[in-house]
Write a new protein. Sequence first.
Length: 400
Amino acid sequence: MIPALMPTYNRADLAFERGEGAWLWTTDGRRFLDFGAGIATSSLGHGHPHLVRAIAEQAGRVMHVSNLYRVPQAEELAARHVANSFADSVFFCNSGAEANEGMVKAVRKYHAETGHPERYRMICFEGAFHGRTLAMLAATGNEKYLAGFGPPVDGFDHVPFGDMNAVRAAITPQTAGIMIEPVQGEGGVRPATLRFLRDLRAACDEFGLLLALDEVQTGMGRSGKLWAHQWAGIEPDVMSSAKGIGGGFPLGAILAKEHVAKHLKPGTHGTTYGGNPLACAAGNAVLDVMLAPGFLDRVDRVARHLWRGFLDLAARHPLVVEEVRGAGLLLGLKLRPEVNNGEMQSACVAEGLLTVAAGMNVLRVAPPLIITEAEADLALEMLDRACRRLTPSQAKAAAK
Ligand SMILES: *Cc1c(COP(=O)(O)O)cnc(C)c1O
């Protein structure tokens, strides 16, 4: 019989009842070091006192009123994001896919309102992940996710990630913009080079296209800067955020320059509970922590420490690890073809470490941003033991 909870996930047989910082406890009393953070989402870890208090206090006052009224918490959160980014204006929603949908609508509307309604197509990249709604499945372009859901939504063209010649060749009079993750997360923790991001910005300027960044996974401090594109010294025209922006509370956002945002007039886009008082109280609490002096520098420092540890780990286990990749606290171990990332993930669980699988046989590590170097070292020891668990069978396979 079908489970009451629709079986869209292959869930691990673990149920957590409590968390504190980077640690989670199961209902049967086992403790895990959480280096998955609910897929790069619980960025302040579990039970962060400031976030918990903000949510509890707001819940007791008023949770939801709809966007028919002013929402002071949303006005404040938007103003703070504007003050700390390229953006002039922010739209709040509830998830990454919803933010990306709105972002693509904003790009199309911009061209429609500036005399180019024929420009509606987005150039996207192979290996991308933009979400599970019908249009974002098309933007993702992965056959595995598209299969069985009818004709893909029109308007998304795919080129190889990092290939500037292919991008230029794909630009047509119908192209509206370029949509890219600064680091492909689900696709295999694959960073774009800073040069590629700058070249995309230049191409957008040259051809009158909009640069639309999907920073759902890379944003909100995960790279060691608030937004990953800041490392490249460029600014997008529009950007999506979700995951870490609410610290685990569902919240998404579209951040846009004025020339884009001004075309989303009343009635053109909306959401019932996007940006409600409760979600925005969470968002403000997250920003309180992340914008505090030294927080992002600390993330950068711990990330570099973890990166060095990963390089050591890869050197010690060449039969398991093929490559270390990623940026900041979004790191990946690309495993040798003989080793399956699902098996590696299970070996980590056996050692008490939670990680997330990603495409291209990559084990993804995306801890809460509040981890200490000591916790990073603990995770490295667990990963080392997990690699040793896998090495014998792997070595056998390699010897064949
Ligand atoms: C997770 C993710 C999404 C989708 O976010 P949801 O909240 O699951 O809809 C979109 N883009 C990127 C880059 C993501 O990592």
